[in-house]
Design a protein around this ligand. Structure first.
Ligand code: ASP
Length: 432
């Protein structure tokens, strides 16, 4: 029986969700949509979040425990982190160059600024206080946060993924060090757990078109709140800014990633992007690279041919620390706000933005809307009033969708490159 490829099914779900969402906002069906459509999106997203922690635990422990030597682990780890940081720095630079050349903030009318600041005052204060809590931490706090005091508490919260990654690596290393006959039953257990979870991912993905439809309808419902004209107005006022962010993201996706893939692999680019499309589309619809992780791992292992060993290490780490899209957006947003408020940023300030955006993106949680909280910290570093985020809050959700899709693309690209460099990319193109 003919079945439409998964990415087409999801694209259709996405387009229909978009059409439905716009109709619903135009016709004032907001209540009906939240009662009868939104729950399907929530169920779908919860199912994905449900398996994220056991998947990371199972696959990472199995991945590390089946490595026979520690050298390999540190080699793969070093390579992964270096490429992650390098690609993020490139993406911030692309964003900075564009925003400085195109100057989207240069002509934002005074009245519009006042209007936006009044409209988003409460939300701005909210983000600011969350950012204040983040800021009061010392320079080594990132490392403290990585080490959980209680593994069950860590596994009880999806935003503690890095702690789960830490525990799994430690546990895997310990399994290499204990006698084989003791480690074997544990290894069998975790292998079985991982297999079962991957089967669950396949089952959940059967519902992806419906899930994506509902998620998109939900987003439009939240943003438009039965008043479509307000969104259109906001988009036309901030359209140029959005365009610069989207252009930067696109350039990064069609130049940096293909260059990286070409230098490490023989994979045809079209095939690569087709294979990862379900993960990109899901990231776009959910605005969460954490929730997309099970699908990211699935496409990398089963479509692209990245070995379990590499994907189970590189991808959970990437979902938590590698956010090229977020970093690019943060750089553009920071300079846009400075331009709109008439504040000049010299070369030192721009270099500071590169550094803080790379660090802030590492510290950004893989959940919707996290990027704008860390943006507050960047603004403070370069001396731009943080109340300025009111200017961009209205369109943030839309940009969140785009940057999350790029974040996930970055993770899959690096996983593929690292796998190829280790001779662990099992693809007919690579072996040809
Ligand atoms: N939503 C993004 C992610 O999950 C983070 C952000 O807000 O930029 O990757």
């Amino acid at each position: 029986m003919f079945r439409l490829p998964l990415h087409w099914q999801i694209i259709i779900g996405l387009i229909l969700g978009l059409a439905y969402g716009i109709t619903s906002a135009a016709m004032g069906w907001g209540q009906f949509t939240s009662d009868w459509i939104v729950p399907f999106g929530d169920i779908f997203l919860n199912l994905l979040k449900l398996i994220a922690v056991p998947l990371v635990l199972g696959s990472l422990i199995t991945g590390v425990a089946s490595l026979s030597d520690m050298h390999k682990l540190s080699r793969i780890g070093g390579k992964t982190i270096t490429i992650y940081i390098a690609t993020t720095a490139v993406s911030v630079t692309i964003g900075l160059i564009l925003v400085n050349i195109l100057q989207p903030g240069a002509n934002v009318p005074q009245e519009l600024q006042q209007e936006l600041q009044a409209a988003y005052q409460a939300e701005t204060e909210n983000r600011q206080s969350t950012a204040d809590a983040v800021k009061e931490r010392g320079p080594l706090q990132v490392f403290v946060d990585m080490v959980p005091g209680n593994i069950f508490a860590a596994a009880g919260n999806n935003s503690n993924m890095l702690q789960v990654v830490f525990f799994s690596i430690l546990f895997g290393i310990a399994m290499i060090m204990i006698p084989k006959e003791k480690a074997q039953p544990l290894l069998g257990f975790f292998e079985g757990l991982t297999e079962a979870i991957i089967k669950i991912v396949e089952i959940i993905m059967l519902a992806a078109p419906i899930g994506v439809f509902a998620l998109i309808a939900k987003t439009i419902n939240q943003v438009a709140k039965d008043d479509l004209s307000a969104v259109v107005e906001l988009l036309s006022a901030l359209g140029f800014y959005c365009l610069v962010v989207v252009l930067g993201l696109l350039l990064h996706a069609v130049i940096t990633y293909p260059l990286l893939l070409k230098s490490f692999t023989k994979l045809p680019l079209v095939k690569f992007f087709k294979d990862i499309a379900p993960a990109q589309l899901l990231a776009f619809s959910s605005s969460s690279s954490g929730a997309t992780l099970p699908v990211t791992m699935d496409v990398c292992e089963n479509r692209i041919g990245v070995s379990d060993e590499v994907s189970s290490f590189v991808l959970p780490l990437g979902a938590t620390i590698n956010m090229d899209g977020t970093a690019l957006y943060q750089a553009v947003a920071a300079v846009f706000i400075a331009q709109a408020l008439g504040i000049g940023l010299d070369v030192t300030a721009q270099l500071q933005i590169i550094l803080t955006a790379v660090l802030a993106s590492i510290g950004t949680a893989a959940v919707p809307g996290a990027g704008i909280i860390m943006l507050v910290i960047i603004l403070e570093t370069v001396g731009v009033p943080t109340a300025g985020i009111a200017l961009i809050l209205g369109v943030d959700r839309i940009l969140d969708m785009c940057r999350t899709a790029v974040n996930v693309t970055g993770d899959t690209t690096v996983a593929t490159a690292v796998a190829a460099s280790e001779g662990q990319l099992h693809s007919p193109f690579e072996e040809a």
